[in-house]
Design a protein around this ligand. Structure first.
Ligand SMILES: [Zn+2]
Length: 136
């Protein structure tokens, strides 16, 4: 038996409120919703990081996240539907999909406390060069 809580949710050995499922992905309600309607979409295959998912699982998870997000938008009519990949809490890749009523529902603590400043242009250019080199 896996000790990964999300693998156990996929297996059905611990309860969850499932809302959508296919061969690659499972969507269920977040047990600690930031707003009503807050759901999680996970790959059925265990992987820690979203960026490490197999392409078919990634496509399946992101497609399901879009479908769930559209359902959230239709049901609650929030100003925004947000998606986020954070993952410090559970070591099984997951996408949060939720209604956003305010920016503070899902954003950087540094942005909210005013300490996040615009990056220096030379650093932004250097960081862009680093990523372009990795993507080449
Ligand atoms: Zn897992």
């Amino acid at each position: 038996m896996s000790d990964c809580i999300f693998c156990r949710i996929v297996a059905g050995t611990i309860p969850s409120i499932r809302i959508c499922e296919d061969a690659h992905a499972l969507a269920f309600m977040d047990i600690r919703p930031i707003q009503p309607g807050h759901a999680l979409v996970i790959p059925k295959q265990h992987v820690v990081n979203v960026i490490d998912m197999e392409p078919a699982d990634y496509d399946g998870v992101m497609r399901m996240a879009q479908r769930v997000g559209r359902a959230i938008g239709a049901e609650w009519r929030p100003p925004k539907v947000g998606m986020a990949v954070i993952g410090f809490d559970v070591a099984h890749a997951h996408v949060h999909v939720l209604p956003l009523l305010t920016m503070s529902d899902l954003t950087s603590a540094r942005l909210l406390d005013g300490s996040l400043k615009a990056g220096a242009m030379d650093e932004l250019k250097r960081n862009g060069e680093q990523l372009r080199a990795r993507l080449a």
